[in-house]
Design a protein around this ligand. Structure first.
Ligand code: ZN
Length: 349
């Protein structure tokens, strides 16, 4: 395995068509009971095999056992009523019918720990597990109990910390929190967002990551992006706070995005999971295109801190496209590894 420029994906991969409806978010399962449990495990196994044979070095579960990156975690908590739904505006962008917080939120059982144990025994490579971040969880609910986004985020941070510690014990090497909300609610990020995230990672020995992006390639997100102008400077708000935080890795969107690359400089000293694969476009990147993005980023991040990755999750993409994009990520990274090795040789000789 290459430990220099280790490749990784942000989180989700498309599910097989026998398990869930393809190219659909919140797609209902096609199986039930024991068949569903076995089907999820088989899909997870395939996700590991595909990542491995296509040269991905830090392996994820492809989120094959969950319907959605936020709601599946919340479904396992008590204090949240999934029958009484309300329509709220998510990330200030689109309306969705969401569950209601009706009492104290608690985690009575581990949520993903068995799945993580399954992933751990499916590969010898380092594994990464994703959890939703506290602010993004708050933003995907209607709160009829705490009546305070900050208070609810703090409760979620405590619950996430319990889950993260058990994921660590299950052998997970990197725990990643998905916080797309950090690109929207800048005052809250400053006031309590980063603090809640640090609370979620408290006491962990494994590496911790935060993923901040411009979302899946769905219409609400592409319309929003079209309104952001020629330079997307949202990261400028959260990066200085994250640079000073206890988080080890920051995952960001870069390929085909209007994020000025020099914003990465703000994170200097942290590891950067750089999105070199566009998940909002079905055209598969060429290896040269991937290498070019990574090469440009190296002006702002040390090579030993760069983790080539995808812009976001790939759940809504056609399956063959997503898998080809994994190969493109590896091939592009290989080009850059060779270039850097050649430069090293010429320095030595
Ligand atoms: Zn994302």
């Amino acid at each position: 395995m290459n430990t220099f420029l280790p490749t990784s994906i942000v989180g989700s991969l498309p599910k097989p068509s026998w398990l869930a409806e393809p190219e659909t978010l919140w797609s209902p399962w096609k199986l039930e009971g024991t068949a569903l449990r076995e089907g999820k495990q088989d899909a997870l196994r395939v996700a590991v095999q595909e990542q491995t044979r296509r040269g991905i070095e830090i392996i994820s579960d492809g989120e094959q056992t969950r319907q959605h990156f936020v709601t599946t975690f919340i479904e396992h908590l008590s204090g949240v009523d999934f029958e009484h739904r309300k329509t709220v505006r998510i990330r200030d962008r689109y309306d969705a019918s969401v569950p209601t917080v009706v009492g104290s939120v608690t985690r009575e059982h581990p949520v993903f720990v068995n799945d993580a144990l399954f992933l751990r025994q499916a590969t010898d490579r380092p594994i990464k597990w994703t959890l939703p971040g506290p602010m993004t969880m708050v933003d995907t609910l209607y709160d009829d109990h705490y009546k305070s986004r900050e208070k609810l985020a703090w409760e979620f941070a405590t619950i996430l910390n319990q889950e993260a510690r058990e994921l660590q014990d299950a052998g997970v090497d990197i725990i990643q929190f998905d916080e797309p909300s950090f690109n929207v609610f800048f005052d809250e990020v400053k006031d309590w967002g980063v603090a809640a995230l640090e609370r979620a990672t408290e006491g962990l020995r494994v590496e911790t990551a935060v993923h901040i992006c411009y979302g899946y390639g769905i219409k609400a997100n592409t319309d929003w992006k079209a309104s952001l102008g020629s330079q997307w400077r949202q990261y400028e708000q959260s990066f200085p706070l994250l640079q000073r935080s206890s988080l080890d890795i920051v995952s960001l969107e870069c390929q085909h995005s209007h994020v000025p690359m020099d914003l990465i400089e703000i994170l200097r000293g942290k590891k950067v999971m750089l999105g070199a694969i566009d998940v909002a476009n079905e055209v598969v990147e060429t290896p040269e295109e991937v290498a070019d993005t990574l090469r440009k980023a190296l002006a702002f991040v040390d090579a030993d801190k760069l983790i080539p990755s995808t812009n976001c999750g790939m759940a809504p993409l056609p399956r063959d496209v997503a898998l080809k994009k994994l190969s493109a990520l590896s091939a592009g990274t290989a080009i850059l590894r060779e270039e850097l090795a050649a430069q090293q040789l010429s320095v030595v000789s």
